[in-house]
Design a protein around this ligand. Sequence first.
Ligand SMILES: O=P(O)(O)O[C@H]1O[C@H](CO)[C@@H](O)[C@H]1O
Ligand SMILES: O=c1cc[nH]c(=O)[nH]1
Length: 313
Amino acid sequence: MDCTTEDNDIKQNKTVRVKNPHLLKNSVDHLYHICLSNISDDLEKRFGDVKFVCFGGTPSRMSKFTQFISSELGVKYYGDVGSPTNITGSTDRYAMYKAGPVLAVSHGIGIPSLSIVLQEVVKLVHYAKCQDVAFFRIGTSGGLGVEPGTVVVTEKVVNGALEPFHQSIVLGKSVARPAVVDKEFAKEIYQFADSSDKFKTVLGTTLCADDFYEGQGRIDGAFCDHDHDDKLNWLKHVHSQGVCNIEMESLGFITMCHRANVKGAVICVTLLDRFNGDMVTMDHGFLSAIQKHPQIIVARYIKHAYHLLLKKG
Ligand SMILES: O=P(O)(O)O[C@H]1O[C@H](CO)[C@@H](O)[C@H]1O
Ligand SMILES: O=c1cc[nH]c(=O)[nH]1
């Protein structure tokens, strides 16, 4: 594809932007952490049909989601009966599964871990010439003033200081990139919540912290220099600014989707109400049941969008 065609496709929001002139000059690109290469793997043949990429913290959540979405869409997943195959093979860092137009990817904990796999997946869908791709983060979070099990569709994302920026150090300098949420896309997804659902779904601001303990105001970590009242005052303050939930990847996820010209949305379930405590104490059966809540909403969206695409031909 020549540059002009590629620019036009990007403008029309069809293909995915790899904003790196150095990379475009290189012919070989080994996607180290996901064990794929643009030269030795036929990425267009294997992944060219991908339209929806769903990310979440753990390999088992994304494997279960792959089975769920494959039965919802009536498409086979890649792998043996009963267990999707992890496409990243033995790299042992991330897991990636495929069911028809859906790729499900685990990203680990925190923005540094997420950013590595997200960049390699952006390159993957670019090399595979996927068109009109959307990315979703299907995660867990701590809620503020909402019942555990509630799904929060992120309409704004902020850092721990309530700023809508993702800050990182590049070449020794601090770089702040805006975290621009696609609000229309968030609203579209929110509309797939149903009044008959056994859980609530809300649109709200998500606070993305650098850490699970002190970074989220917890007082039950190994280290803590603040007290219970400081914590409650901070939680009340961020809640008064519209924050509904706290997690650890949304800021990087939204910022990178925006840079890649990919539609991106964050949909997380709340595991607890942080006004009532810090510890996630629910049993694993309940935990795994409520982790399905955001998957249900996203699966409805994907099913709807996929059927529209099939109709279009
Ligand atoms: O359940 P996931 O998707 O991993 O998300 C949340 O859970 C982890 C902390 O337990 C962090 O990654 C946080 O963002
Ligand atoms: O409180 C919580 C729960 C899940 N994930 C988080 O990052 N925080």
